[in-house]
Design a protein around this ligand. Structure first.
Ligand code: BTN
Length: 307
């Protein structure tokens, strides 16, 4: 109901009467008033006059009703330990495909390779639960698809020349704008869920912890609404998933900074240095080692020489 009330108020620059809202939404005027009061408590600036209600401004809030098309699948927490933990619990308990768990801040944000992902206010932190009907070996495609979808939002909506770095980071220039990590569980030969966790530096300052990171705010010189970034990403990602992910690797290669350069790939226990020759159809990075042999690397952190 809150999304419908906001929709009506946003459509009108002027006052909307409680009577009109109650008639159009099919609820009592008292019920309209209760929803309005709750919205005000949540930070929406709504003027109440004897003639009705007027929305003066909305906070950059990530409440489920800000995502009307999928509002029943959006779960927002002001602070969480990690959206990965909540999403895993929900996935194991049978939540539907495309459930989105969002946190305003995280106390134990997780990065790849057991690192911490510093998750202060102003950033965008969420995990999407996907339930694709695919074998586990193809699940990596969803991560590539997510990073392409997000990079295209940055390019098209914010004019930021975002590029992807193997496996799934997004960079602006040589600085990290987005980190991504995923978890999967499978039963027999079918994926049961793939959870993709995404941390985007939007209006936070990541540099005290990660000097080579950057935020959208720093790039654009202004604050950006996190709810717009998330809504645009969810739309784009959903559309791409519907179209299919068969061509995802070839498209990813068009937007990557990783290939045809010397790189170092670090895993938990080794570092491999080589020339990044290709990413194969399994999403693995193919390195040419100094002795000319090829090595296939399936996970790790990639450092590009000179970046
Ligand atoms: C990386 O190391 O680059 C991956 C970072 C992934 C961070 C996101 S923030 C939302 C989700 N919840 C977490 O605890 N981590 C992921």
């Amino acid at each position: 109901m809150k999304s419908r009330i906001l929709e009506k108020l946003r459509a009108e620059a002027e006052v909307v009467s409680g009577e009109a809202l109650s008639a159009e939404l099919g609820i009592s005027r008292v019920s309209v008033w209760k929803h309005i009061r709750k919205l005000v408590e949540c930070g929406y600036d709504i003027e109440s006059t004897p003639r009705g209600y007027r929305l003066k401004s909305s906070p950059d809030a990530l409440f489920s009703w800000e995502f009307p098309k999928i509002k029943d699948r959006v779960h927002y927490y002001e602070v969480a330990d990690s959206t990965m933990d909540i999403a895993r619990e929900m996935a194991r308990n049978g939540c539907p495909d495309f459930t989105v768990v969002i946190a305003g801040a995280q106390k134990k944000g997780r990065g790849r390779l057991k690192r911490t992902w510093f998750s202060t206010r102003g950033g965008l932190y969420f995990t999407i639960v996907l339930r694709p009907q695919i074998p586990p070996a193809l699940s990596y495609r969803l991560n590539f698809c997510a990073s392409l979808a997000l990079a295209s939002v940055f390019r098209e909506k914010y004019d930021v020349g975002a590029m992807v770095k193997w496996p799934n980071d997004i960079l602006a220039g040589d600085r990290k704008l987005v980190g991504m990590l995923s978890e999967m569980e499978a039963e027999s030969d079918l994926v049961s869920y793939v959870n993709i966790g995404i941390g985007i530096n939007v209006n936070n300052d990541p540099t005290p912890d990660e000097p080579k990171a950057v935020s959208l705010r720093e790039i654009l010189g202004r604050e950006v609404l996190r709810k717009d970034v998330l809504a645009d990403f969810l739309e784009e990602f959903g559309n791409r998933l519907k179209t299919g992910t068969d061509r995802v690797i070839s498209e990813w290669k068009e937007y990557t900074v990783t290939l045809n350069r010397m790189v170092k790939v670090a895993t938990m226990n080794e570092v491999t240095e080589g020339f990044a020759k290709d990413v194969d159809e399994d999403g693995a990075l193919i390195l040419e080692l100094p002795d000319g042999t090829l090595k296939k690397v399936i996970y790790g952190d990639c450092f590009i020489s000179g970046m």
